[in-house]
Design a protein around this ligand. Structure first.
Ligand code: SF4
Ligand code: FES
Length: 264
């Protein structure tokens, strides 16, 4: 079909909304085995976000006296990283974005969509599509910070930061801790997340005093939480909605080697 031709199926779907079959993971709690359940939704606008489509389904379930699907969301603006769903086997679905910023125009009328929670032993399922990502918080608590003295704020220009280092730190600081990298990795590794945090603080002068303890402590916590090791597959970077580059993992390994060499 040429670019100027109109698909009659698409036009009909734009007018009346799409009909979709949803296969959704339902799990009562962490102890439940869980299984996929099938639901039909209709009248879905192509301009809806994926989460708005799930809202429509939940209103339908509520109206029928059925238990709504539990799923996480907060900002719905691609900032907080809570809206983590596996959609048709891909973390956050078919576009390079977060689930809340994914729109229904990425799907076709009549399509069957399979929706599951993140699959990683370090992210146990709490209910339906909600997983516990507390392991990420504990990794940050173990070293993903800088210490600053209390008192008046220092003059910002008194600590010069070279432009290339500032840009690199800004770019990797865009990691929102969504966990898509872990869900995409066959080893369930959080190395991309860890690399982003280590690189962000390691590029800046403010991150230097705790740099070597930070990498040892954060990697130790990562392993303790049950995340797997990195074997350079690269699925993490391909799935990352913030396009964190794979080379942050090289930086992570380099910092870890240096820290261990100096007895940290
Ligand atoms: S590195 Fe990317 S995929 Fe992993 S937690 Fe950060 S934003 Fe999400
Ligand atoms: S709900 Fe906050 S990033 Fe999607």
């Amino acid at each position: 079909m040429s670019a100027t031709e109109v698909n009659p199926t698409d036009t009909a779907a734009e007018q009346s909304g799409m009909n979709l079959t949803l296969r959704i993971w339902r799990q009562a709690d962490a102890a439940d085995r869980g299984s996929l359940h099938t639901y039909e939704v209709s009248g879905i606008s192509q301009d809806m976000s994926f989460l708005e489509m799930l809202d429509v389904l939940n209103e339908q379930l509520n109206a029928n006296g059925e238990e709504p699907i539990a799923f996480d969301s907060d900002c719905r603006e691609g900032i907080c990283g809570t809206c983590s769903l596996m959609i048709n086997g891909e973390p956050h679905g078919p576009e390079v974005t977060t689930t809340c910023q994914l729109h229904m125009r990425s799907f076709k009328d009549g399509e069957t969509i399979t929706i599951e929670p993140w699959r990683a032993s370090a992210f146990p399922v709490i209910k339906d599509l909600v997983v516990d990502r507390g392991a990420f918080d504990r990794i940050i608590q173990s070293g993903g910070f800088i210490s600053a003295n209390t008192g008046s704020a220092p003059e910002a220009n008194s600590v010069p930061v070279p432009r290339d280092k500032a840009m690199r730190a800004f770019n990797v600081a865009t990691c929102i801790g969504c966990g898509a990298c872990v869900a995409a990795c066959p080893n369930g590794s959080a190395s991309l997340f860890l690399g982003a945090k280590i690189t962000h603080l390691g590029e800046l002068p403010q991150g230097q005093p705790e740099r070597w303890d930070r990498v040892v402590d954060m990697v130790g916590q990562h392993d303790y939480e049950g995340f797997g090791g990195c074997t350079n597959i690269g699925e993490c970077a391909a799935a990352c909605p913030k396009e964190i580059p794979l080379d942050v993992i090289s930086q992570l390994n380099k910092d870890l080697r240096t820290a261990m060499k100096h007895g940290h």
